[in-house]
Design a protein around this ligand. Structure first.
Ligand code: NDP
Ligand code: 2IT
Length: 448
């Protein structure tokens, strides 16, 4: 842990008070590590307990989620919502349904979300939630009953001015539909802005589905442009094959790049002809199959269950699956193979060791808080449309997303330069810029 004695003491207290929550410790360390220069430059934040208050969630909810499976067996999962910080607006952040979900993971995600949301400049606070429910292999009716039970507890904590969830791993438009239906039934209110990621047909925003993947590619494009480069003719590797990954592939291809590999939790596929997006969507979104099915259907592709997708040589890597999926060895392999840019579509996919390898090698590195902010930014655009009872076209919404990503990129660079001297230190830039916006609001609002 770098930084002054105050920062070190705050980090020690995080570890003492949140024992065993290793992902939360990791996310907090990364942010705190960046804040020395900002705190030195702004003595007005000393003595207001800013760091101590930022690192303690405003509210943490843990609840039982009982439901009945198709065979009549009662199942019990655990639900979470961590309402981390509301200085800039209502709590905002996704829900994750995955068997690995625990309080530490929800807290790391909620903590990241505070700074990410601040960077978008769109008046949203930070929160995150989810459950250790595993949707894999569950019928549609089981998913619906689970979502209804989850919302039967969570509804009392939500509201368009209070807390606005959306999707994340394992939660897409179908789940948002079931969650919204139950919220509406319990509250007797058609409160469109209480959830984002709704289908376009009943209150959703164009581009929300594509936004995180598109946004990560826009961010990488902006980084490349600073070196007079771009995606055209570049080999790209994307990890994952879910919502973020699929639309990252789509945008890379639209910009003239070629995605040669992608993955899921069972392994990865390499397709030197370039990933066929129609086939990928059919395999993952329609059939819900394993990624090996892609290789079975395409002669130019091969599947590997061993090694990682980062063994495939590329110019640009876009990790879009999950936390800590890209470790030191992966980073070393990428650098050896000549990678020039890495942008995190997922939340915290690179370990601290891997980030250090990229930074030492001079690789352009876009941290998730900045690079994947397009998803939540478009959620905020959905909230605006809901509040105005309006609906914008795909083109208009995408233009706004592109402009937010350009602004986030510029803000990270400018802050990195002002506080550390190196405009390419996007990690410092994202953390310090997000922090300063939240700290200003928290100070103005007093000790609450
Ligand atoms: P999806 O559920 O749509 O897809 C997740 C993908 O990641 C799947 O291919 C999945 O493979 C893979 N994956 C998940 N867990 C693991 C694991 N433990 N090991 C290996 N692979 C894994 O989720 P999203 O695409 O929405 O989310 C991906 C990442 O992006 C997450 O980190 C999320 O927090 C982040 N994010 C998402 C946003 C959004 O708007 N959806 C916004 C900003 C960030 P498999 O199917 O085999 O499990
Ligand atoms: O990690 C994220 O930013 C998300 N899962 C999206 C959150 C949102 O509210 O759209």
């Amino acid at each position: 842990m770098n930084g002054n004695a105050h920062i070190k003491a705050v980090y020690a207290e995080i570890r003492r008070r949140n024992q065993g929550e290793v992902e939360f410790h990791q996310a907090a360390a990364e942010v705190l590590d960046s804040l020395g220069p900002a705190l030195d430059r702004h003595p007005e934040y000393a003595g207001t307990g800013i760091l101590e208050r930022l690192c303690e969630p405003e509210r943490q909810l843990i609840f039982r989620v009982p439901w009945v499976d198709d065979s009549g067996t009662v199942r019990v999962n655990r639900g979470f919502r961590v309402e981390f910080n509301s200085a800039l607006g209502p709590y905002k952040g996704g829900l994750r349904f995955h068997p690995s979900v625990n309080l530490g993971i929800v807290k790391f995600l909620g903590f990241e979300q505070i700074f990410k949301n601040a960077l978008t400049g769109m008046g949203i606070g930070g929160g995150k939630g989810g459950s250790d429910f595993d949707p894999k292999g569950r019928s549609d009716a089981e998913i619906m009953r689970f979502c209804q039970s989850f919302m039967t507890e969570l509804y009392r904590h939500l509201g368009e001015h209070t807390d606005v969830p959306a999707g994340d791993i394992g939660v897409g438009a179908r789940e948002i539909g079931y969650l919204f239906g139950q919220y509406k039934r319990i509250t007797n209110r058609y409160e469109s802005g209480v959830l984002t990621g709704k289908p376009v047909a009943w209150g959703g925003s164009h581009v929300r589905t594509e936004a995180t993947g598109y946004g990560a590619v826009y961010f990488a494009e902006a980084m490349l442009a600073t070196r007079g480069d771009g995606f055209h003719g570049r080999r790209v590797v994307v990890s994952g094959s879910g919502n973020v990954a699929v639309y990252a592939v789509e945008k890379v291809h639209a910009l003239g790049g070629r995605v040669v590999a992608c993955s899921d939790s069972s392994g990865y596929v390499v397709d030197e002809d370039g990933i066929d997006l129609g086939l990928l969507k059919d395999v993952k979104e329609v059939r819900g199959a394993r990624i090996s099915v892609y290789a079975e259907a395409k002669p130019s592709a091969r599947f590997s269950a061993r090694g990682t997708v980062y063994d495939v040589p590329c110019d640009v890597a876009l990790p879009c699956a999950t936390q800590n999926e890209l470790g030191r060895e992966d980073a070393v392999a990428l650098v050896k193979n000549g990678v020039i840019a890495v942008a995190e579509g997922a939340n915290m996919p690179c370990t601290p060791d891997a980030m250090a390898v990229f930074q030492e090698a001079g690789v352009l590195f876009g941290p998730g808080k900045a690079a994947n902010a397009g998803g939540v930014a478009t959620s905020a655009l959905e909230m605006r449309q809901n509040a105005a009872r309006d609906s914008w076209t795909f083109e208009e919404t995408e233009a706004r997303l592109a402009s937010v990503m350009r602004e986030v990129h510029a803000e990270c660079r400018a802050t990195a330069e002002a506080y550390g001297g190196n405009p390419e230190d996007y990690v410092l830039g994202a953390n310090a810029a997000g922090f300063l916006r939240v700290a200003r609001a928290m100070t103005a609002q007093g000790v609450v």
